[in-house]
Write a protein that binds this ligand. Structure first.
Ligand SMILES: *Cc1c(COP(=O)(O)O)cnc(C)c1O
Length: 377
């Protein structure tokens, strides 16, 4: 049997009665865009994250774009971010007309390096987009004090980190906005696209609600250039059912990560994920590092494939060297930690419903890779 990166059908088999009930409810009420289902899910997420407001949108990418716009970011502004993330992180900054400014990452968490960030602040810096990569939170103590000192807007990309904590506080509740994705493979996966922005600020929340509905405060009165970016009622009803299970899913992911760690830690040349003492990692991805050049990591991935085990590289090419950002003039080795990580990371299957047999199959497949023998020779 193949072990895939994630398996939402296993989850559906368990939740079928609750999910089918939610879908039927929406179909019989006949409201499919926004409405009470979306409102009620938004309230549940605000409560879960410890924020006062939540605004559902069409995707995690739109959550970032609308959050930046609602924070007043645009042409002429610089926004500092990480080069080691999914493209939506920097694409959304560029989309506002602002300039993404990349800085290197920390070698252990692979999150944005706070010292490098501090050094990159200029009079034109208006904000930061930080990413809680793989589900490990950024150092929010340092980042929030830097932001306060320099009066910067903070947008948290929480797409991979719903439920993650820093000093016990949930991500998405530190900055001006927290941006979530409900892409099927994320912590809380919809049956399609979906996203959401959390905030403490009612003014930002109001701007987000206007932006997602064509810039209209009231129907047919368009105050600003907006978007059609709304969360479907069906997805909201499904997500509200799933949100109740998120805490237990996080526990399962952490338990699987711990069992991976016990074995994989003993293999020379493999680094298992780092967890900061005050961080609550949620392991949206279980990402190991393989010492050496990309070729060794890639041959491990091929070996896994032969053993019917999926794996993925998040991300093989850092954002600062993507053609999309070629106008910014960065070079590959501008950020050595990001460059090295892009050659060494490999994410293994992890999802709450993974069985012991599946986990063992992955562990056996990794352990039987001959390539580790030659590390350091
Ligand atoms: C998935 C993801 C996004 C985008 O979310 P979509 O819902 O797919 O648009 C943004 N940032 C990061 C870090 C992601 O992993």
């Amino acid at each position: 049997m193949t072990v895939s990166m994630t398996d939402l059908t296993a989850q559906y088999r368990v939740l079928k009665p609750e999910i089918d009930e939610a879908i039927q409810r929406v179909l019989t009420t006949g409201t499919f865009i926004l409405g009470n289902e979306v409102k009620s899910f938004e309230q549940a997420v605000a409560e879960y994250t410890g924020t006062s407001q939540a605004v559902g949108v069409a995707s995690g990418t739109d959550a970032l774009l609308l959050a930046l716009l609602a924070c007043g970011i645009g042409e002429g502004d610089e926004v500092i971010t990480t080069p080691f993330s999914f493209v939506a992180t920097s694409e959304s900054i560029a989309r506002t007309g602002a300039t993404p400014v990349f800085v290197d990452i920390e070698p252990n968490t692979l999150n944005i390096d706070c010292q490098a960030l501090a050094n990159a602040i200029t009079p034109r810096t208006k904000g930061i987009v930080l990413v809680h990569l793989y589900g490990h939170p950024c150092d929010m103590t340092t980042l929030m004090s830097l932001a306060k000192k320099h009066d910067l807007r903070v947008v948290e990309d929480c797409a991979q980190a719903m439920g993650a904590t820093w000093q016990g506080q949930k991500v998405g509740s530190f900055g001006d906005c927290g941006c979530f994705s409900f892409f099927p493979s994320k912590m809380l996966g919809a049956y399609g696209d979906g996203g959401l922005v959390t905030t403490h600020d009612p003014v930002i929340a109001e701007r987000l609600r206007i932006l997602r509905s064509h810039g209209a405060r009231t129907r047919y009165h368009y105050d600003t250039n907006g978007f059609n970016s709304r969360l479907d009622s069906l997805q909201a009803a499904i997500l509200k059912v799933k949100l109740q299970h998120l805490p237990e899913w996080i526990d399962s992911r952490r338990a699987i990560a711990a069992r991976y760690g016990e074995t994989l830690d003993t293999i020379p040349g493999v680094q298992t994920p780092f967890e900061h003492p005050v961080a609550g990692h949620v392991f949206n991805y279980y990402t190991i590092r393989i010492d050496g050049a990309a070729a060794r990591r890639d041959s491990l991935a091929a070996h896994l494939k032969n053993s019917d085990v999926a794996s993925a590289v998040y991300y093989p090419i850092p954002l600062h060297v993507q053609h999309l950002h070629s106008n910014l003039g960065y070079k590959h080795d501008d950020f050595p930690h990001a460059a090295l990580a892009s050659h060494q990371v490999l994410s293994l299957p992890i999802y709450p419903d993974m069985t012991r047999t599946q986990l063992q199959q992955v562990i056996d497949a990794v352990s039987s890779f001959k390539g580790f023998k030659y590390i350091g020779e």
